[in-house]
Design a protein around this ligand. Structure first.
Ligand code: NAD
Length: 476
């Protein structure tokens, strides 16, 4: 049983066993402990002890260590990718891509090490000058879900570590194995003991202990909106800062003057990547009436061609869903869409065949024009199903897009610059892509509005969520 990674060591902390299963086969991959409050306390102690020295380490050195860590992760991709596929389910190609993105994000923050500055203020009272210092917060708790265990961790580790904080991270209970190995690799490449610790366990016990711990100054959380609300409420008791990266229901709008084939490709890739289990997946399509059927049929044709299979099989393009519960929810949402008038153009349910029997497979599915109050419209769909609706014009597309409680990403496809700019300004979301696939850039601030969260990851902006300012007045 792999232990938690605390103070530069693999520690066998006690706690009820949690089984990690392969989503493609149901096979047991490994077992970890639910370390609970005692385990979290041990990790927070290590992170607190490591904090003064890490803070005192020059930012440039912190940057070098992050860059070395990223290089070591890149060197270990062949070893890490099969572990990630075995616990998460995604195709090996996507595991490799995820790990390389995780390394890229660490490199990005390594590059920002020298951008961490304070300020000097000279025009105060006669004979008074001031400095505004930028300081780290202390120990940061990072709670991460299972869909992209390593990139979502890097989004927190990069800005937290480069600004001088130390970290206690908890991966999802179903995907702890890659993260544990990741932490060891960063330590072996030079990150001092205690700077980055990983504890394993359930949300309600070990995760909760992170929220409750008085010595954790901030919680960086990625996960579902209901748990995000709980994180924010609980953080109030110890006045922790929070960043919340939560659910989404990203719309993609295609107007009739768009490059329709390119929009179809972007929608298909944006929805079915990672078996549809991405916060920023395209989850709704609104297309001009004159092209809506062509758009829906185009996406359906691509969906039908996708090769479904276990992630470790050559040629697999879409793996299993991560969990039985997740698949059941998607099935219920598809059934509801059909009841409310939706026409299934591709997929619709579980694939047939013995090879799929033990895994959580669901076919890539396209549903055309269900009622606008169907669950696929008002809820987040976290799996491979894409509803497509016809709309009269841009105004209707924007109104329907904004009717969702979520506001993470959004896309618009049109050759009319004015329409594109209108959409960019009026869509309630943290990101709008115009005639572009939904690629996330480390350089740009990322984070949702409304029920999609609070705070930013990525970009220089993320640094401010891991630092505080202190004013110092000097009489001259
Ligand atoms: P989840 O909220 O159930 O779990 C996320 C993490 O929180 C896990 O580590 C879990 O163990 C922990 N957790 C659960 N209960 C807890 C508690 N009471 N206290 C502390 N920690 C607790 O999330 P999920 O459903 O497994 O993940 C998918 C969700 O994450 C989707 O809604 C998706 O959109 C969202 N997500 C958002 C982003 C983003 O950047 N906005 C990125 C990826 C995923």
């Amino acid at each position: 049983m792999p232990g938690s990674f605390v103070d530069g060591e693999v520690l066998d902390l006690p706690g009820g066993p949690i089984e990690v299963h392969d989503p493609a086969t149901g096979d047991l991959v490994d077992t970890v402990a639910d370390v609970g409050a005692d385990g979290v306390d041990r990790a927070v102690q290590a992170a607190s002890d490591a904090f003064p020295d890490w803070w005192a380490t020059p930012a440039s050195t912190r940057g070098h260590l992050l860059r070395d860590g990223a290089a070591a992760v890149r060197d270990a991709i062949d070893e890490l990718a099969p572990i990630l596929t075995s616990e998460q389910g995604k195709p090996l190609r996507e595991s490799r891509l995820e790990l390389s993105r995780a390394a890229e994000t660490l490199e990005h923050y390594a590059g920002l090490a020298l951008a961490i500055r304070g300020a000097a203020v000279s025009d105060l009272d006669r004979g008074a000058r001031a400095m505004v210092l930028t300081r780290p917060l202390g120990v940061v708790g990072a709670i991460v879900p299972w869909n992209f265990p390593t990139t979502l961790l890097s989004n927190k580790l990069g800005p937290a570590l480069v600004t001088g904080n130390t970290v206690v991270a908890k991966p999802d209970e179903t995907t702890p194995l890659t993260t544990l190995r990741f932490a060891r690799i960063l330590h072996e490449s030079g990150l001092p003991a205690g700077v980055f610790n990983v504890v394993t366990g359930l949300g309600a016990t070990t995760g909760q202990a992170i929220l409750d711990h008085p010595d954790i100054r901030k919680v960086a959380f990625t996960g579902s909106t209901p748990v995000g609300r709980h994180v924010m409420r609980t953080a109030a008791d110890t006045l922790k800062r929070v960043t919340l990266e939560l659910g989404g229901s990203d719309p993609l709008i295609v107007l009739d003057d768009a490059d329709v084939d390119a929009a179809i490709s972007a929608a298909s890739m944006g929805r079915f990547f990672n078996c549809g289990q991405a916060c920023l997946a395209i989850k709704r399509v609104y297309a001009s009436e004159s092209i809506a059927e062509r758009v829906a049929e185009g996406i359906a044709a691509k969906a039908r061609k996708l090769v479904l299979g276990p992630g470790d099989r050559t040629g697999t393009q879409v793996g299993p869903m991560h969990s039985a519960d997740g698949r059941e929810l998607i099935e219920a949402q598809v059934a509801d869409a059909v009841e409310r008038g939706g026409e299934v153009l591709a997929g619709g349910g579980r694939p047939e065949g013995d090879e799929y029997g033990a895994g959580h497979f669901h076919q890539p599915t396209v549903v055309y024009d269900p009622a606008h109050d169907a669950r696929v419209s008002v809820e987040e769909t976290f799996g491979p199903v894409l509803p497509v609706w016809p709309v009269a014009d841009l105004d209707e597309a924007i109104a329907r897009s904004n009717a969702s409680p979520f506001g993470l990403g959004s896309s618009v496809w049109t050759s009319d610059l004015a329409a594109a700019m209108q959409a960019a300004e009026r869509l309630d979301a943290g990101y709008t892509w115009i005639n572009s696939r939904t690629k996330v850039y480390d350089e740009l601030p990322f984070g949702g509005v409304k029920q999609s969260g609070y705070g930013k990851e990525h970009g220089e902006e993320a640094l401010s969520f891991y630092t505080e300012q202190k004013s110092v007045v000097i009489r001259t």
